[in-house]
Design a protein around this ligand. Structure first.
Ligand code: COA
Ligand code: AMP
Length: 626
């Protein structure tokens, strides 16, 4: 039996031994004597009798172990051409002091803190400072507009918000403070404390707002505070992600299971060891950033690179290779869309030849399917394994992967390889019947999920149950469809719900629809995700005008685009608007989004038997040239 099969079998058949052994990778205040509490199934809790502190595991223990001088974090900003390096000792000092700032401003264990930050080290410092005092952080991606920020504030009810004067995008700066001020105004229960990291490149500072605190000033005389022991089952963070409705889901991550799973994953999945330089080119606002810019690499004492910039245009398609060469990156983790962007700008990889990237052993990709074409190109130009792996905000770490540190397996284009030990992946049809190898259906995971996966949705047990647990009893519904081939390789083909994936960013068509529908000229609308060569998918809106309304299509489009940008954010990348006479629906009034998507993507489609008016569909196909 290979090492993978052995680990998989043990995690399945003797999970107590398997996960208690993995738990030895973590320093506990009170070590676990039991791995899983299944007394309230289908709600499970990992390491129910243990206590620990996540920031202690990410920082103090490495310093105490004599590695204070080792580099913990390298911040590389292609936007301002600056690099800052933090040793473990320095990062510990900054985190301890910011924990002091939070404590002295009334933030206590269990309180929520919203972090709305660009890709600067202070974002990681704020996250770790929350973990240090047992506060629960909720990072909101900087590309989201004020109403999205406000809805997260309303749900999480934070006592504090930590932000910066803004972020930098190619050719423009994004001032955050007007958005924070608007969100605070919109929120039903606004946070009391606002701390602002002033960036000289961006206008606006704490001083412009009554009572807001300046990061540097408060840090100057902050009292460092030590790590507070918390229960393994206490929440470490809430991370909002798109569901099928407009209202985001607050995925709750615990402390103990998270520390165990991420620690285990760094060596077994990624083959990364203490001291290795690891770079995840994502954003702290996404789960990939939480797990693999901040927590995973620091938990094992590796060096994490935090990059502010884009794969192309900052300044060119060699940006990623420059970072690899400058910092001796051993493994890079990014989204396929970034690789596609580099390829588009530099198809022959001429930029790659300008840099010494010999330190790079592996390129990992996730966030969307790594299409075979991009996989082939990256493998050819880089000459290292290009490894797709599949996961979600909910799981927090990989469901399927090619476990480079455990037992590397042959890579198959289009597949993230095999289920990671702890995840029992199945494929079922609409009735819940298990499908044979090669047959496409709903991808499910048998309960319980392994440690590190979602403990629930913030203050919404019912939605947790209905979104994930009730479709097929005993299984977690991933929302993805795909198949498992005869060799046990998983193939993830796309979402089976109304969630779309734009440039690795997960968006809900429902929330975009809600904005479009609020335009006075719009009677009804549908937003669907259509294929995009660069971004994987992009949202495309179909609107029916109110009777008697006359508006130029270009004017309507510009207004809708501006509204979506203001309400959701530029990241929604909403640009396509088509006015149609009617939307195709079932007799019960459900819009046939899947069929519309097939038509828009010029794929074959069958006219559903439940259709209300087949002519509407035929007209739409004609209009879209399908
Ligand atoms: N704050 C404010 N605005 C942001 C933002 C942020 N943090 N991130 C993106 N935006 C804006 C962009 O400036 C752009 O605005 P524009 O419409 O005015 O040009 C818009 O949102 C769309 O951004 P993006 O999807 O990033 O597209 P792009 O055309 O700027 O860049 C790629 C294309 C492929 C280079 C880029 O999408 C990319 O690097 N993707 C990798 C994604 C990733 O790492 N995902 C994480 C999951 S693993
Ligand atoms: P997010 O929660 O933002 O990480 O998005 C999760 C969703 O992205 C998954 O449910 C999939 O639809 C998609 N996804 C992530 N990684 C992959 C992958 N490697 N292959 C296919 N789809 C992926």
């Amino acid at each position: 039996m290979g090492r993978y099969s052995e680990a998989f079998a043990q995690a399945r058949d003797d999970r107590e031994t398997f996960w208690l052994a993995a738990a030895e990778g973590v320093d506990w205040v009170a070590p676990p004597t039991t791995a899983l509490d299944d007394s309230a199934a289908p709600f499970y809790r990992w390491f129910p009798d243990a206590t620990l502190n996540t920031s202690y595991n990410a920082l103090d223990r490495h310093v105490e172990g004599g590695h204070g001088d080792r580099t913990a974090l390298i911040w590389d900003s292609a936007m301002i051409g600056e690099t800052r390096t933090f040793s473990y000792a320095r990062l510990l000092d900054e985190v301890s002091r910011f924990a002091g700032v939070l404590s002295s401003n009334g933030v206590a264990a269990g309180d929520r803190v919203v972090i709305y930050m660009p890709m600067i080290p202070e974002a990681a410092i704020a996250m770790l400072a929350c973990a240090r005092i047992g506060a629960v952080h909720s990072v909101v991606f900087g590309g989201f507009a004020a109403p999205e920020l406000a809805s997260r504030i309303d749900d999480a009810e934070p006592v504090a918000i930590v932000t910066a004067s803004g972020g930098l995008e190619p050719g423009r700066s994004v001032p955050y403070l007007p958005m924070v001020a608007r969100a605070v105004e919109l929120a039903a229960s606004p946070p009391v404390t606002v701390v602002v990291k002033d960036r000289p490149e961006i206008t606006g500072s704490a001083a412009d707002h009554d009572g807001w605190l300046d990061w540097d000033t408060t840090m100057a005389d902050a009292r460092p505070v030590g790590p507070v022991p918390v229960a393994a089952t206490d929440p470490l963070y809430i991370l909002y992600t798109s569901g099928t409705t407009g209202k985001p889901k607050g995925v709750v991550r615990d402390n103990g299971g998270h520390a165990v799973a991420l620690t285990w994953s760094m060596s077994t999945i990624y083959g990364i060891e203490p001291g290795d330089v690891w770079w995840t080119a994502s954003d702290v606002g996404w789960v990939v950033g939480h797990s693999y810019i901040v927590y995973g690499p620091l938990l094992i004492g590796a060096t994490t690179v935090m990059y502010e910039g884009k794969p192309v245009g900052t300044p060119d398609a060699g940006a990623f290779w420059r970072v690899v060469a400058d910092h001796g990156v051993r493994a890079l983790f990014t989204a396929p869309t970034a690789i596609r962007a580099i390829r588009k700008a530099d198809p022959d990889a001429a930029e790659l030849a300008r840099y010494d990237t010999s330190s790079l052993r592996t390129l990992f990709a996730a966030g969307e399917r790594l299409d075979p074409d991009t996989f082939g190109w990256a493998t050819r130009v880089l000459g290292v394994p290009v490894v797709d792996h599949w996961w979600q905000t909910e799981t927090g770490w990989a469901i399927a992967a090619n476990l480079r540190g455990l037992e590397p397996m042959p890579l198959k284009a289009g597949s993230p390889t095999v289920p990671v030990p702890g995840y029992r992946v199945g494929v079922v049809d609409a009735e819940g019947t298990q499908l044979a190898a090669g047959e496409e259906g709903n991808i499910v995971i048998e309960l319980p999920l392994p440690p590190g996966t979602l403990a629930g949705l913030w203050h919404d047990e019912e939605r947790f149950r209905t979104s994930y647990l009730s479709a097929f009893e005993g299984y977690y519904l991933t929302g993805d469809s795909g198949y498992v081939d005869a060799d046990g390789y998983v193939f993830v083909l796309g979402r089976s719900d109304d969630v779309i994936n734009v440039a690795g960013h997960r968006l809900s068509t429902g929330s975009i629809e809600a904005v479009v529908a609020s335009h006075p000229a719009v009677a009804e609308c549908a937003v669907i995700g259509i294929h995009d060569d660069l971004k994987g998918q992009r949202p495309s809106g179909y609107v029916v005008l109110k009777a008697g309304v006359e508006i130029e299509p270009d004017t309507l489009r510009d207004e809708l685009v501006a509204m979506v940008r203001d309400e959701i954010g530029a990241v929604a990348t909403f640009r396509d608007v088509t006015v149609v006479p009617a939307l195709p629906k079932t007799r019960s009034g459900k819009i046939l989004r899947k069929t519309m998507r097939q038509i828009a993507d010029h794929q074959d489609y069958t006219v559903p038997s439940t259709i209300e008016d087949a002519d509407v569909l035929a007209d739409l196909a004609k209009q879209l040239g399908g």
